[in-house]
Write a protein that binds this ligand. Structure first.
Ligand SMILES: [Zn+2]
Length: 177
C-alpha cells in the first residue's frame, strides 16, 4: 500500500499460520491476557464496579494468513470479526472443537488454502503489527462454506468408524453383565 488508506483487492489464500489461531482476553473488557490459564485481568480485577472475584476469560481469533495477489505474496492478520466470516464460529467454539478433534488447526489451514477472497486491508491503528490487518472480507467462491462446516463433515466421516466400534463394544459389554 502506497499510503495509509484502506485498499480493497482480490486475493488467494496461500497459507494459514496454524500455530496460533486465537488469544485469550478478558471476557469483560476484551484486553488480551497472558497465556497462563490462571492469569486474570489486571484492569478488571481491582475495579470496584465489577464485584465478582473470578474473572472469566474467552478467546478471540487472531490469524496470520499469507495471501497472493496478481503481483505479490504477503502476510495479513485476520482479527476476530473477519476470522469469524471464514471460520463460521467463535474462537471458543473452535477451541472446544479442537480439544476433541486432533489436528483441527492444521485442517483449518488446509480448508482455507486456495480460497479466493475480496479483502479490504488497513494498517494496524496502534502499530501492534508490521502486517496489514484485514478490515473486511468477502469469500468469492460460489458455494463457499465457513471452515467449521467442512471440519464437522470431515471429522464426522473420519470418526464414525471408531464411534461405531465404541458403541458396538458398549452394546456387547452390556450383555455380558
Ligand atoms: Zn478486563
Amino acid at each position: 500500500m502506497a499510503d495509509d488508506r484502506p485498499t480493497t483487492l482480490n486475493c488467494t489464500v496461500v497459507a494459514v499460520d496454524c500455530e496460533c489461531l486465537w488469544y485469550r482476553v478478558c471476557a469483560d473488557c476484551e484486553r488480551s491476557l497472558s497465556d497462563d490459564p490462571a492469569a486474570t485481568c489486571k484492569y478488571c480485577e481491582f475495579d470496584p464496579l465489577k464485584p465478582h472475584i473470578v474473572r472469566p476469560s474467552k478467546r478471540l481469533f487472531r490469524i496470520q494468513v499469507s495471501i497472493a495477489t496478481d503481483t505479490e505474496v504477503f502476510v495479513v492478520i485476520c482479527f476476530d470479526r473477519v476470522a469469524k466470516v471464514l471460520l463460521g464460529c467463535s474462537a471458543d467454539e473452535l477451541f472446544h472443537f479442537a480439544k476433541f478433534h486432533p489436528f483441527t488447526a492444521t485442517t483449518v489451514g488446509r480448508i482455507l488454502e486456495g480460497e479466493m477472497l475480496r479483502v479490504t486491508l488497513s494498517k494496524a491503528k496502534n502499530g501492534y503489527s508490521q502486517h496489514l490487518r484485514v478490515a473486511s472480507v468477502v469469500p468469492l467462491r460460489t458455494g463457499f462454506q465457513p471452515a467449521i462446516s467442512t471440519l464437522k463433515k470431515i471429522y464426522k466421516v473420519r470418526l464414525f468408524p471408531n464411534l461405531s466400534l465404541h458403541i458396538i463394544k458398549c452394546f456387547v459389554a452390556s450383555f455380558n453383565h
